[in-house]
Structure formats: C-alpha cells, structure tokens
Design a protein around this ligand. Structure first.
Ligand code: AMP
Ligand code: FE
Ligand code: FE
Ligand code: ZN
Length: 285
C-alpha cells in the first residue's frame, strides 16, 4: 500500500540526518511523499526538495512550532504544512523562535553548571552546528563529555520537565500561530497529543484555527489512534500522521522510519485546504 509520512526531522533542527538523507531513506522504505517538519525552521526544505526530485519522492514544506497548550502551563506542538520559504512575516517569526531557543540553551547550560556539570555553551553549539537549538543538542553534548551514558539518561537526569536544568519555553498562543500560518496559505495540525486529545481540547484547538490533528504517531497505540480518528471526524479536523523520526539514536519512543504508514488521501485533503487558501490569498489586494 502506498504511504506517506508527514512528520520528520533533520539536522536543520534536532534530527540526526541531513535533509537529503532523510528523503533518500524515506524513498528506500517505500514512502511516496514526506513532509519535513523541523522545529522552528525551513532551512532543510531546499535540500529535501532537491533530493526528492532526484528520487521521485514528493516533499511538502513543513515545520513544527511550539505553542501554549490549552491546559495550564503546558506546551504543545503544531505541525505547519505547505508553508512558503520566502515569506518575510513567517521568517521573522521563525527567527524570533530560534533566538528564544538560543537564549534558552544558555540558561540550560547555566543551570547545568549550577548543578555541578561543567558543560560549556560552545560544546552545545558544536553539536547543533547551526541547527535550530534544542534540548537534544544539549543531551548529545552531555553524552560526548561522558556526563551521561545516553540521551535518555540526559533527559531523565537533567533536561526533562521539572529536572535540575529544565527551562520552560516562552510560548506564543495557538491562535496567533494558526493565524500566521493561514495568512501564508499553510495548514496546521496538532501534533502527538496522546491523552490530551480529548473532545474539549480538540474543540478548543479547532476554535483557535487549527485545521487537523495528528492521529497516527508512534506515541499513539491502536486504541488511541481509533479514538483520535473518531474525534477528528466528529469535529471536522483533518487527520494527519507521521513517525516523528529523528534518527535511530534516540532512546525514547522512536520507531523505525517507514513503520508509520499514512494514507496518501490524508495528504491530498491537506493539499486541497492549502490550495483553496492560497487561491483566496491571490485575489485579495
Ligand atoms: P526542545 O524543543 O528543546 O524542548 O526539545 C524537545 C525535543 O527533545 C523533542 O522534539 C524531541 O526531539 C526530544 N526529546 C524530548 N524528550 C526526549 C527524551 N525523553 N529522550 C530523547 N529525546 C527527547
Ligand atoms: Fe524534536
Ligand atoms: Fe513534537
Ligand atoms: Zn516532531
């Protein structure tokens, strides 16, 4: 059965493989289309598109954005699809989010130092090599220094929620981000909600302009998948799905690339919303 994957990371953010390699690997496991959805950046899209045309795999431009969740103090992620690379307003927003990531990495390092771990910001920047900075880069720097044996331990001991070096993000409201994405013709989906995918939360998100919900994800078992799918249908949210693959080196939930097989029709439905939205943009003065 033909399949697509709408949630993938590369070295443009916290993935382990360059964008072109993500694409060739996706083609090798028989996927016909992917969306590259790096955190807060579109930097990997040109290389992914080029690699896609070489191997005959469709690449949708995407990214994953962190937003304030409708539950107290929470963070959730919106996947944005069919976003243009050259829009100045969207790019300003992404630059701002990446700047906040850089400032947060500094704070994380300071907290590690205060906890007696002698890590430097340079070691983290070396791991990131220009990518949108995230905790996985800090985790890899901790592993490289021999502070912890692997990335999972780095999160469990230092970087995870409530741990000594945890620093919360400053998050934009959902409605602000959906309005921005819509204004450039893009489409959004609420990523990996797990047990937060209640009717109430999904209705709130839909009313805040979210178009879809991630149904298929490694963190969703069969029962969860069925439930989220039913809620999506009920609330007229578009179903999306993907592996959230960052490479195979990560200790948590990771599933192999190709293990999550999303029906191409789900991508077609997203594309239709995008087309409708962008054609409306062209006629407005
Ligand atoms: P950040 O955006 O800096 O908050 O980092 C979040 C990212 O860290 C996620 O997108 C995952 O890629 C990764 N991550 C979160 N929790 C874990 C974990 N327990 N083990 C490994 N990677 C994780
Ligand atoms: Fe990530
Ligand atoms: Fe995410
Ligand atoms: Zn992701």
């Amino acid at each position: 059965m033909e399949a697509v994957d709408l949630h993938l990371h590369s070295t443009a953010s916290d993935g382990e493989h360059p964008p072109a390699e993500v694409v060739t690997r996706a083609a090798a496991v028989g996927l016909s289309a992917i969306a590259l959805t790096d955190h807060d950046t579109l930097a990997g899209i040109p290389q992914a598109v080029e690699a896609g045309s070489a191997v005959g795999l469709r690449v949708v431009a995407g990214c994953e954005l962190s937003v304030a969740a409708p539950w107290r103090g929470g963070e959730m992620h919106l996947l944005a699809y069919f976003v243009p690379e050259g829009d100045p307003v969207l790019n300003d927003f992404l630059v701002g989010e990446r700047t906040k990531r850089a400032e947060r990495a500094e704070k994380i390092v300071r907290r590690l130092n205060a906890a007696g771990v002698a890590l430097t910001l340079d070691e983290v920047l070396d791991q990131a090599d220009g990518a949108a900075l995230g905790r996985p880069h800090v985790a890899r720097a901790l592993v490289a220094r021999g502070v912890v044996e692997d990335i999972t331990v780095a999160f469990d001991k230092y970087l995870g929620w409530g741990r000594a070096a945890f620093v919360a993000k400053q998050l934009p409201p959902v409605a602000e981000v959906t309005a921005l994405v819509r204004s450039v013709g893009g489409v959004t989906s609420a990523a990996h909600l797990r047990d937060r995918a209640t009717r109430k939360v999904l209705r709130t998100l839909r009313d805040a302009g979210v178009d879809g919900v991630e149904v298929l994800h490694p963190a969703h078992d069969e029962a969860r998948t069925r439930r989220v799918r039913a809620l999506a249908d009920d609330l007229a949210l578009l179903p999306t799905g993907g592996s959230d693959w960052h490479g195979n080196g990560r200790g948590d939930q990771g599933k192999a690339l190709g293990a999550i097989r999303v029906p191409p029709a789900w991508l077609d439905a997203l594309a239709r919303v995008h087309q409708e939205r962008s054609s409306r943009l062209e006629v407005t003065p």
